[in-house]
Design a protein around this ligand. Structure first.
Ligand code: PMP
Length: 459
């Protein structure tokens, strides 16, 4: 039986939502008194809520997820067919879409060969951290157990991944945390920590300084976002990634790239790291992997990492003793296979690059008009505009005014985002991440809405 969506039911839905759903990232009071948006339907980049209001979604489902857009019949059909054939089997046995998707995925990731399935970005990252820890136990006599992470980066919501939160405000009140996670400085040139010419090199050198301080033989891995998402849409400066790679090789440190946001086309290449020519040891991905049509995440590694878990008859604990119950759902890889086919056949990587350039140019033009924009940054359809109270001091614009811009766009029927609500110092960057199918008209409508909202803000 499918859901009956008569108008009567829809007003009841809003009441049920208000009464019983504990919403993510929401303070209770403001939500209770708000006019909540409960979405009913989506098509392409458009959404409709219970009141029949139409929106242009410039944030791909709120958090950079619906890369190929809403209402994709072919993904629904692929999932349906697979569920009727076989919905699930977990553990050591395999299933058809998982095998076929793993093969297709690594074909697009030269140097990587093994795919470990789970359900969320946090989980994919936790798996990689556990692998690093087990490698330390098995191959380095308990050394090389520390994992470095970067200021402003985010890797998930579990206790383990929060221990690598570069946004300390997110981790506050959930401790104590496990040991061995060490923060390195961020690389956002707009908010310079060093007054030097070659900022990329300097920011990467700061990682080496932490490694030397901690002792290179204690550091096993570093986890980094290729382009930082929630921490402010940070596109690393020239030369940064090459130097990071050099440092990792020099000290035998595994490079873990968190592609939970950038993966599957967001930056205009299959993966964000591929924009910078680096060779990671771990790549984790989730959101765009199946564009939100099913829950799936992957931890992808090299053969070298896989081989470090080689069976050792003298050590019955030598294999990776981990499981993810819903890593055995076939809906995830079935949806991911079709999602990948769509990105390829519809030329969405090239579209992302072209539309990203258009969006960035539009935002840059808005900078001339609106002094409140301190900086604009972006790679592909992953863009940010940092709002400041004063361009010279770069004092962040206060959250109320940033949210007023988001609310104004919403009133115009355009959903945009802003980084890190209620996290002081991180809450002043407007975020855009339209689906990879965006057209020039969609892009212009989004930036026109921001233009109008900033005009009203100034007035
Ligand atoms: N890594 C990054 C870069 C993210 O942005 C997120 C989620 N916003 C995660 C990991 C965690 O993913 P999930 O919410 O699926 O656990």
């Amino acid at each position: 039986m499918s859901l009956d969506l008569s108008q009567n039911d829809l007003s009841h839905v809003v009441e049920a939502d208000r009464a019983h759903v504990w919403h993510h990232l929401s303070q209770h009071k403001p939500y209770e008194t708000s006019d909540p948006r409960v979405f009913v339907e989506g098509k392409g980049m458009r959404l409709w809520d219970t009141k029949g209001r139409e929106y242009l979604d410039a944030v791909s489902g709120g958090v950079w997820t619906v890369n190929v857009g809403y209402g994709r019949e072919s993904i629904a059909n692929a999932v349906r067919d697979q569920l009727l054939r076989l919905n699930y089997y977990a553990g050591a046995a395999g299933n058809v879409p998982a095998a076929l998707f793993a093969e297709k995925l690594v074909e697009r990731m030269p140097g990587l060969t093994r795919v470990y399935y789970s359900n969320s970005g946090s989980e994919a990252n936790e798996k990689a951290y556990k692998m690093v820890r087990q490698i330390a136990h098995r191959h380095y006599k308990g050394k090389k157990w520390k994992i470095l992470y970067r200021e402003r980066d985010y890797h998930g919501t579990t206790i383990g991944t929060l221990a690598t939160s570069g946004q300390p405000q997110r981790a506050e009140q959930y401790g104590p945390y496990p040991d061995g996670f060490v923060m390195v400085p961020h690389c956002l040139e707009y908010r310079k920590q060093w007054d030097v010419e070659n900022y990329g090199q300097r920011a990467a050198d700061a990682i080496e300084e932490v490694i030397l301080r901690e002792g290179p033989d204690t550091v096993g891995a570093i986890v980094l976002e290729p382009v930082t998402a929630g921490g402010g849409v940070i596109v690393p400066p020239e030369g940064y990634w090459q130097r990071v790679q050099e440092i990792c090789r020099k000290y035998d440190i595994l490079l873990h790239i968190d592609e939970v946001v950038c993966g599957l086309g967001r930056t205009g290449s299959w993966f964000g790291y591929q924009q910078y020519g680096i060779e990671p040891d771990f790549v984790t991905m989730a959101k765009g992997l199946a564009s939100g049509y099913a829950a799936i995440s992957c931890t992808v590694t090299t053969e070298r990492v896989f081989e470090m878990f080689k069976d050792d008859p003298a050590d019955p604990m030598s294999y990776f003793r981990d499981i993810s119950t819903f890593g055995g759902c076939t809906s995830g890889p079935a949806a991911a296979l079709e999602n990948m086919r769509i990105i390829e056949d519809e030329g969405l990587l090239a579209n992302t690059e072209a539309m990203g350039e258009r969006c960035l140019a539009n935002l840059q033009a808005l900078m001339d008009k609106h002094k409140v924009i301190g900086d604009v940054r972006g790679k592909g359809l992953f863009l940010g505009a940092e709002l400041v109270a004063d361009r010279t001091t770069k004092e962040p614009l206060d959250e109320k005014r940033v949210q007023a811009v988001v609310a104004d766009c919403l009133a115009q029927g355009v959903i945009i985002g802003a980084t890190n609500r209620s996290l002081p110092g991180l809450n002043n960057t407007l975020c855009l991440s339209p689906a990879l199918i965006a057209t020039p008209d969609d892009i212009d409508r989004i930036t026109d809405a921001i233009d109008a909202a900033l005009g009203r803000l100034a007035a």
